[in-house]
Ligand binder design. Structure first.
Ligand code: IDP
Ligand code: MG
Length: 139
């Protein structure tokens, strides 16, 4: 995956609240093209592997439990400077610190239940995309 792709998930509480359509519309309206997308549910084990980089953080157990608590929507997105521009679009991890107009400002409930995931580097975008999608699921 080149530097023009990122990976996102719409997290369980946003899917449950019926916000997926509005969130995806905001992504597309901001110039991100959907390369791959699926609705799925992470087992606790798979959520643990996905977030393994955070294993030593105090919120790891809570994060794994939450991310496996219900279905999510996973997607690969494409745009110039995808990783950095998408982080700008979603806003700060804690929605109380997120800028006006960002997805987390509008849709997140809390620092833990913060509506969306966005990759933090080109390398992780590639790893995370491969965690969910085969090459024949990308268009
Ligand atoms: P990011 O999603 O903005 O990149 P990270 O620091 O990578 O933030 O944390 C991954 C996820 O872990 C966050 O999106 C959030 O769901 C959860 N998280 C981060 N910090 C906390 C915290 O202090 N308490 C509870 N959950 C947290
Ligand atoms: Mg992160």
């Amino acid at each position: 995956m080149a530097g023009n792709r990122t990976f996102t998930m719409i997290k369980p509480e946003a899917v449950e609240n019926g916000a997926s359509g509005a969130i995806l519309a905001k992504m597309e309206a901001s110039g991100f093209r959907i390369v791959a997308m699926k609705k799925t549910r992470l087992s606790e084990e798979r959520a643990g592997v996905f977030y393994e980089v955070h294993k030593e953080r105090p919120f790891y157990g809570e994060l794994v439990e939450y991310m496996s608590s219900g279905p999510i929507i996973a997607a690969i997105l494409e745009k110039d400077k995808a990783v950095i521009d998408f982080r700008t679009l979603i806003g700060s991890t804690d929605p109380s610190e997120a800028a006006e107009g960002t997805i987390r400002k509008e849709f997140a409930e809390s620092k833990a239940k913060n509506a969306v995931h966005g990759s933090d580097s080109d390398e992780n975008a590639s790893i995370e995309g491969e965690f969910f999608f085969a090459s024949d699921e990308r268009f």
